[in-house]
Write a protein that binds this ligand. Structure first.
Ligand SMILES: Cc1cc2nc3c(=O)[nH]c(=O)nc-3n(C[C@H](O)[C@H](O)[C@H](O)COP(=O)(O)OP(=O)(O)OC[C@H]3O[C@@H](n4cnc5c(N)ncnc54)[C@H](O)[C@@H]3O)c2cc1C
Length: 400
């Protein structure tokens, strides 16, 4: 058993666990972060950072470095696969509400790499790879976890535990917390290619949501690649979806061209809309994908998880360093679970419903509404406040 006071344990070295370690570590708290894998993930998952997230990361010297490694997207587009641009939104309208009135298109692993470089300079923070948290127990004074490491099982005791161990969270399971919601029957295929779509699709921005009654898609630019996200058909098997022929056919339907597309990555994801029944159980907290998962339409999973980490760590520091009562930690669940349900889950589910709409009358209505929103400065500002998660953060703050 190890006992350092105050000492916080974190499960998972994704963006949420790493951000939590950074906030607590900067404040001088002893942190031990356990990561099941042998290193930081290089998976191509999130690629959009929203303005308020960039504001938060700037406090830790991360935003400038991310901007250097990413692409500043001033505009986002709602398109139709056959009609082209339906509505374009200009994030520079958010100037005055944020220091970063743009979306940053940048791979999420660049964030965790940058955080790791800072944590390496903090002797009171340890990141332990190849260490899977297997069980969790607690008393009114402390929390204990058992980890499986390369040299066997270990036990450690600390003041608090943050479960940022992703969608299949062992911490959540150990606490017996239900993960309420549903899983979509279709999966999402994400392929990436260096092919320059912008040379062939007029007015393409870096972030493009393309509706279609047969097969909608999302086209996202990261510095060296285009990422294209397609839904699968419910009756296609994973093997069928992932063949070269099937991926080429999908891309050629989107944009026919004489040669085959060069494919750099192809990944198939199950997609869920779920929120944990509780975000706090005594000295244990859930954050990020361990607490809520959603479809990626709108880019809110990682962003929302970073917002969880900031909210939770501020409250933990209040208790550990500034004499706030333990009961103040309940506000974390009240604020962030409400946002996960009312905002993150609701918006992403609505985004999916709209982009896949098949009824021609409803499609026309959606297009008309989007055009009207984009044409009116006050409405488009309201739309941008919502889609950039500014409204969600304000709503959370108002919950006391
Ligand atoms: C295709 C796709 C596109 C996306 N695009 C966006 C986007 O543009 N914007 C956005 O905001 N979000 C996006 N997301 C969502 C985003 O990737 C996730 O919300 C984000 O990774 C969640 O971070 P996390 O730290 O909570 O969890 P994770 O990134 O899943 O990290 C959890 C970590 O915990 C480790 N772990 C698991 N179990 C244990 C254990 N028992 N003990 C120790 N360690 C453990 C795992 O190895 C992993 O490293 C996208 C997701 C997908 C699939």
């Amino acid at each position: 058993m190890t006992a350092l006071t105050p000492h916080v344990l974190i499960a998972g070295a994704g963006p949420v666990g790493m951000m939590s370690a950074l906030v607590l570590g900067r404040a001088g708290i002893h942190v031990t972060l356990y990561e099941a894998s042998s290193g930081l993930s290089r998976d191509l998952r999130a690629s959009t950072f929203h303005p308020p997230t960039l504001d938060m990361l700037a406090q830790y010297g991360l935003t400038a470095a991310l901007v250097e490694q990413g692409l500043v997207a001033r505009f986002t587009q709602q398109r139709d696969r056959t009609q082209g641009v339906i509505a374009e939104f200009d994030l520079s309208q958010l100037a005055g509400l944020t220091d970063h009135p743009f979306r940053l298109q940048c791979e999420q692993w660049k964030l965790t790499d940058l955080i790791m470089a800072q944590l390496a300079q903090m002797p009171h923070v340890s990141v332990v790879f190849n260490s899977r948290i297997e069980s969790v127990s607690q008393t009114s004074d402390s929390v204990s976890v058992q980890t499986q490491q390369e040299d066997g099982r270990h036990s450690v005791q600390a003041d608090y535990l943050i479960g940022a161990d992703g969608a299949w969270s062992a911490v959540r399971t150990q606490l017996g917390i239900a993960f309420e919601g549903y899983t979509y029957p279709e999966r999402f295929l994400v392929v990436s290619t260096p092919f320059e779509f912008a040379d062939h699709m007029p007015q393409l921005s870096y972030v493009n949501y393309c509706s279609d009654p047969q097969e909608w898609c999302v086209l996202l630019r990261v510095p060296t690649l285009w990422r294209v996200l397609f839904p699968t058909k419910e009756d296609e098997t994973d093997d069928q979806v992932l063949t070269d022929a099937s991926i080429q056919a999908r891309l050629h339907r989107l944009l026919p061209q004489p040669q085959n597309y060069t494919l750099v990555h192809r990944t198939l994801y199950k997609v869920h809309q779920r929120v944990a029944q509780k975000f706090r159980a005594g000295r244990v907290f859930l954050a990020g994908d361990a607490a809520h998962i959603n479809n990626p339409l709108g880019g809110m999973g990682m962003n929302g998880g970073v917002h969880d980490a900031m909210n939770l760590c501020e409250k933990l520091l209040g208790v550990m360093q500034h004499g706030a009562p333990e009961s103040s930690l309940d506000l974390y669940e009240k604020q962030r679970r409400t946002i996960a349900i009312e905002y993150i889950n609701a918006s992403t589910a609505r985004n999916k419903k709209e982009i896949e709409e098949r009824d021609p009358v409803l499609r026309q209505k959606n297009h008309d509404e989007l055009r009207a929103l984009a044409a009116d400065p006050a409405s488009s500002l309201a739309y941008l406040r919502k889609t950039s998660m500014i409204d969600a953060l304000e709503r959370a703050k108002a919950l006391t």
